[in-house]
Design a protein around this ligand. Structure first.
Ligand SMILES: Nc1ncnc2c1ncn2[C@@H]1O[C@H](COP(=O)(O)OP(=O)(O)OP(=O)(O)O)[C@@H](O)[C@H]1O
Length: 685
């Protein structure tokens, strides 16, 4: 008899060496083993006649040996054994290579099951190296199973895992205790955990596999969402926010802006005011498409914190961006008496800045994520604004929350994703969306072009420069690489400087340059001293130069759609018509399709959805990147329908938690905590 927490060494045949291999794929205990799901299945249930099989399919046939097997040498190294078989509908060949010992197994007129990949050429049916069994020795249902296929590691074979799973699930009488409440199972027609676990490993039919999978996908998404809702609830109940006032100075600043806020910006500011004046702590995600004006929203929230006597911090994903924000903030907020400090690696008088933060002389601190990583002492930090870029995920947010009491938080993201997914990736936050661009923005005309057209394109760039505009040229690499065939910024810069753009001012910026140099180049470009900036993706986020109207992206096939959209967003930020050129010589169907999407729309939400569609299954949202547990069986895109149901049930549980009895609550919490591996350890319900 096995218990779930028993070590796998308890299973006969598993010594310390094997156990060490198993632990490499996360299997230490019996429970790890049975929750180690197959990554795919071999469906030997696909039983076919030879007359109805098609080329390329995998099928089981039941056939009689027509003749003695033929043996011949194809070449010196390859011995072929060919067996003519028939199932009364048609004849075909079963072929084996270098396996002379099989000759005596296939006796004339005996009947065998064969399973393998069917090949048909000119009406000649062949199965190479099939699995087989004599029908006298095995029943069809024993042969034609749906066989699990597991992910392996060195030292472990398919049979190792299959045999262990069999020992536990089919031969021992292991029973799991159901941990989902029966009302959820009944309402959503979800099978119980024992059926699910047995059938995910050894499905008795395709339908049973579907039912089992549904349950396990549901449960994974349900616990993920539940944990996130619990974190959110905890943020709210454990932190008694400070009630902010909204004095007239706040509206005066808005009235003095050179532009009117868009309705979407106003709506988000209203959400923020509602949060901070509610007496609860704010945890808000501001999602807005590229160039929709998120910075100004952050600035206003931070000004409001200042007006209420609190410090605030803005964390940018790059130093360049931190410096840009610093300058924007100084320009707008210095005149109204706000003291702003910049804290990046390259700041010289760092100690002085730190002292001023501690003493409260600085009201707003702008920097990179080092602000929270280093143990900086604040005077009275009241608001933190972060960017979701660079892995500032749920774990870091939770860490920050535990650092100080009552800290309001705004997370900015320029990656628009569907709402159901925001609820997962930002499940601990409330969500506001800026779904409108400032007025007067023109559609960025986008063209996918072949490298051969570059001279023509450079001519066009020259004409834009003559009109007083500027251009970015983005390369995937900093320097040329032996292994990757793609343009490098350093080389392209040299090439263009000496040739096409000899008479123009051209600059180079990339991540390997030191910050002072980077800043110098960026300032030159911003002030219009440079006509062209050759760069890597360091300019991807946030850089704001409204006079730039052309962006050329070299080797565009190497970038994801969301990234291309971000890069493209560096232009079209002012009143001028802007252009994006995606340079690629890659003619694959996928590249063509992706370039078409970029040509056809400027809308980040549409691009995000298409991106998901094209990328297909897999953990492409990088739940891990967001600090969430890795999904083992669910797929946020493929299982969007189940996700919605799981979200509703999770919300229901959190809202009505007190309706559950202690035992139910306990069971849940153990499961959710386990699932979040430590993240929820400081939480209670
Ligand atoms: N309501 C508005 N009307 C006109 N211009 C605006 C408005 N709001 C912001 N802007 C301007 O639009 C430009 C882009 O704004 P901002 O940099 O805040 O965008 P963003 O959403 O942060 O973009 P990104 O996601 O690319 O970083 C800036 O030049 C800003 O001054």
């Amino acid at each position: 008899m096995f218990g779930l927490d028993d070590k796998i060494e308890k299973i006969k045949g598993i010594g310390p060496k094997k156990a060490a291999y198993f632990s490499k794929i996360g299997i230490k205990n019996i429970v790890d083993l049975i929750y180690y799901f197959p990554k795919s299945y071999e469906n030997k249930r696909n039983i076919k006649n030879l007359s109805s099989v098609s080329d390329g399919e995998k099928a089981t046939i039941v056939a009689r040996i027509c003749d003695e097997p033929q043996e011949f040498n194809k070449n010196k190294k390859l011995k072929v054994l060919r067996v003519l078989v028939s199932d009364n509908t048609k004849k075909g060949y079963v072929t084996f290579f270098n396996s002379p010992y099989l000759k005596n197994i296939f006796k004339k007129d005996e009947v065998f099951y064969f399973y393998g990949k069917i090949e048909i050429k000119n009406n000649y049916i062949q199965i190479k190296h099939p699995e087989f069994k004599n029908i006298k020795k095995c029943k069809l249902e024993e042969f034609a199973t749906i066989q699990p296929v597991y992910g392996l590691t060195k030292g472990i074979s398919q049979n190792d895992i299959i045999n262990l799973q069999k020992k536990i699930l089919l031969e021992s009488n292991i029973k799991l205790e159901e941990y989902l409440p029966s009302y959820i199972l009944n309402k959503n027609r979800i099978c119980d955990i024992n059926f699910a676990i047995k059938n995910i490993h050894f499905p008795t039919s395709i339908k049973a596999l579907k039912v089992a999978k549904y349950r396990l996908v549901f449960e994974e998404l349900f616990f993920l969402q539940l944990g996130l809702f619990i974190i959110k609830k905890q943020y709210i109940s454990s932190n008694k926010g400070v009630r902010y006032d909204v004095p007239h100075e706040f509206y005066e600043l808005i009235n003095n802006f050179p532009f009117q806020l868009t309705n979407a910006q106003k709506k988000v500011i209203k959400d923020i005011i509602k949060d901070v004046s509610s007496g609860k702590v704010m945890n808000r995600l501001v999602q807005g498409d590229v160039g929709s004006g998120k910075t100004i929203v952050a600035l206003l929230a931070m000004y409001l914190a200042y007006l209420n006597g609190y410090q605030s911090a803005l964390m940018a994903p790059t130093e360049i961006l931190a410096e840009q924000h610093f300058k924007t903030f100084e320009k707008i907020l210095n005149p109204v008496g706000v003291n702003i400090g910049l804290l990046t690696r390259s700041v010289k008088d760092k100690d002085e800045v730190l002292n001023k933060i501690k003493s409260g002389k600085l009201n707003i601190i702008i920097g990179t994520h080092a602000i929270i990583q280093d143990n900086i002492e604040f005077h009275n930090l009241g608001l933190v604004v972060t960017d979701e870029q660079h892995r500032f995920g749920v774990r870091q947010r939770s860490f920050l929350k535990q650092k100080g009491k009552n800290i309001n938080m705004i997370v900015m993201t320029a990656t628009p994703i569907p709402r159901t997914l925001s609820l997962i990736l930002y499940g601990d936050l409330d969500i506001s969306i800026i779904d409108e661009l400032p007025p007067g923005r023109k559609y960025i005309k986008t063209y996918s072009i072949n490298e051969k057209k570059l001279p023509k394109l450079y001519k066009f760039i020259k004409s834009q420069i003559q009109e007083g505009r500027q251009a970015y040229i983005v390369c995937p690499l900093v320097e040329d690489s032996e292994n990757i065939k793609a343009k490098s910024a350093v080389n392209l810069y040299k090439e263009l400087k000496d040739n096409y753009f000899k008479f123009n001012n051209i600059g180079l910026i990339h991540g390997k340059m030191d910050s002072v140099k980077k800043d110098e180049v960026m300032q030159k470009f911003k002030s219009g001293k440079l006509d062209i900036l050759v760069s890597t993706t360091v300019i991807e986020v946030g850089i704001n130069v409204p006079n730039a109207t052309v962006i050329v992206i070299q080797n565009a096939e190497r970038f994801g759609l969301a990234q291309l959209h971000q890069l493209r967003g560096r232009v079209g930020r002012g009143k001028y018509q802007s252009y994006c050129f995606l340079v690629t010589s890659n003619t694959s169907k996928n590249t063509k399709e992706r370039m078409k999407i970029m040509e056809n729309t400027n809308n980040g939400f549409i691009i995000a959805e298409k991106d998901l569609e094209l990328r297909g299954p897999g953990d492409f949202f990088g739940t891990r990147q967001h600090g969430l547990p890795e999904l083992k069986i669910a797929n946020l895109f493929k299982h969007a329908d189940i996700l919605k149901i799981a979200q509703n049930e999770a919300r229901n549980i959190v809202d009505n938690f007190n309706d559950l009895n202690d035992e139910e609550r306990r069971k849940f919490f153990i499961k959710v905590k386990k699932y979040f591996k430590g993240l929820l350890d400081n939480f209670s319900i």
